[in-house]
Design a protein around this ligand. Structure first.
Ligand SMILES: Cc1ncc(COP(=O)(O)O)c(C=O)c1O
Length: 398
């Protein structure tokens, strides 16, 4: 067996199951706010497209995807991130992926030169795939903390010179999971400058970019930042986008990567061997989903309603801040996060995820400690009931 497999940590939900083991909830009807799986309906026109194109199943897909899909993606990126016409070439700078999870993971295998004592920088707390990607690519994960004192944003100035020197790849997650914080264009430009100075690649995980609350101020993206600071070839920049959260299509496994043409070329070569081309039926349906914004606007409105209701219920009991974007509340708990999650489950039958399951000890602290993640994915009434129960629980500990 590959010895690097031994370095993989149990997934947060395994730890959560162990924590809840043996607890008997005191009330009926369980509400899960633990898993970040979208629960709103998939758009009907996407389902129709799938059933209308089933005859495509009898042919092999192209790893690079159809030009129809790649053009739809480029059009979407141009509009959403205000890129100049022609800034991105659909032939050389875009690739479909079967969900960003596999792409975030396989990207490191493609990119890392393991002969060179490689470091992969990643946020802490984080999406655990980044850490696994580092171990399996032979790199050392180095965590940069995102803490309350800095609005849960990365502080790139705090990363030491030796880490930058060894860094071959940095993952950023904006909007962040679990924090919901959005990295500003200025900070992204600073990171691009560092990447050109130290020659590392930026993998910007933007899969929550379409769930935001201020219609006049959508989250900025890495390609937008690159354009604004004059990096017109998007050198060292790759973005990851997904239909899972934007369009409530997590089961379709559809996303894309876009950016630096040289990196995309190598990743295409890698993926040809990897063998994870998107089925043609899903390519058709994905193009239609990227071409439509109406369902995305409706989706956003449903999340905004849930955040309004939940924050309204909790805000007089605990300090709570609306995130910049995404569908998580990252709650700073008055007690230890595991105790909070276990006792909340036992007393109120609501499951939330302890923050320390999403983070590691780094620089002498564990930034997930005393936090829990609430995924507001359930229907509005369920989120409201959960918020009332959480409030009751908090009132017993403050
Ligand atoms: C931060 C982050 N990135 C990527 C993904 C993967 O999404 P998908 O593979 O559905 O595109 C998730 C899923 O929860 C996530 O939270």
């Amino acid at each position: 067996m590959n010895p690097d497999l031994k370095q993989l940590q149990p997934y947060p939900f395994e730890k959560l199951n162990a924590l809840k083991d043996g607890c008997q909830p005191a009330v009926e009807k369980h509400i899960a706010l633990s898993i970040g799986e979208p629960k709103h309906d998939a758009p009907a026109f996407v389902l129709e497209s799938i059933s209308n194109n089933l005859d495509q199943i009898n042919r092999y897909p192209l790893t690079r995807g159809s030009i129809n899909l790649r053009s739809a993606i480029v059009n979407w990126l141009n509009t959403r991130f205000k890129l100049a016409d022609g800034a991105l070439d659909a032939e050389r700078q875009v690739l479909p992926v079967t969900g960003t999870r596999e792409a975030l993971f396989s990207f490191a295998q493609c990119l890392i030169d393991r002969e060179k004592d490689a470091v992969i920088l990643m946020p802490n707390p984080f999406y655990q795939i980044y850490e696994g990607a580092a171990y399996l690519s032979g790199a050392q994960p180095v965590f940069y903390n995102t803490v309350k004192e800095n609005n849960y944003l990365p502080d790139f100035d705090a990363i030491d010179e030796a880490s930058w020197q060894r860094c071959q790849l940095i993952y950023v997650c904006t909007p962040g999971n679990p924090t919901g914080s959005v990295i500003s264009k200025e900070q992204l430009c600073k990171l691009i400058e560092l990447s050109l100075k130290y020659d590392f690649v930026i993998a910007s995980d933007e899969c929550y970019s379409e769930i935001y609350f201020d219609d006049n101020n959508p989250p900025t993206g890495l390609l937008e930042a690159a354009q604004s600071c004059g990096n017109h070839s998007f050198k060292n920049c790759i973005v990851f986008h997904s239909l899972s959260k934007r369009s409530n299509l997590p089961g379709m496994r559809s996303g894309f990567v876009a950016g630096d043409a040289d990196i995309i070329k190598s990743f295409l070569l890698y993926r040809t061997y990897h063998g994870c081309a998107m089925p043609p039926v899903h390519q058709f349906a994905s193009a239609e989903a990227w071409n439509d914004e109406e369902h995305v606007i409706q989706n956003r409105a449903m999340y905004a309603q849930k955040f309004d209701a939940v924050i309204d219920i909790l805000s007089d009991t605990i300090s709570i801040t609306r995130p910049d974007a995404g569908f998580y509340l990252w709650l700073n708990t008055p007690n230890d996060d595991e105790t909070f999650a276990r006792d909340l489950y036992a007393q109120q039958n609501v499951t939330v995820l302890p923050g320390s399951y999403l983070s590691r000890e780094s620089e002498g602290i564990n930034p997930g400690k005393n936090h829990v993640r609430l995924a507001l994915v359930a229907p509005l009434e369920e989120c409201v009931t959960a918020a009332k129960r959480i409030k009751q629980y908090i009132q017993t500990i403050i």
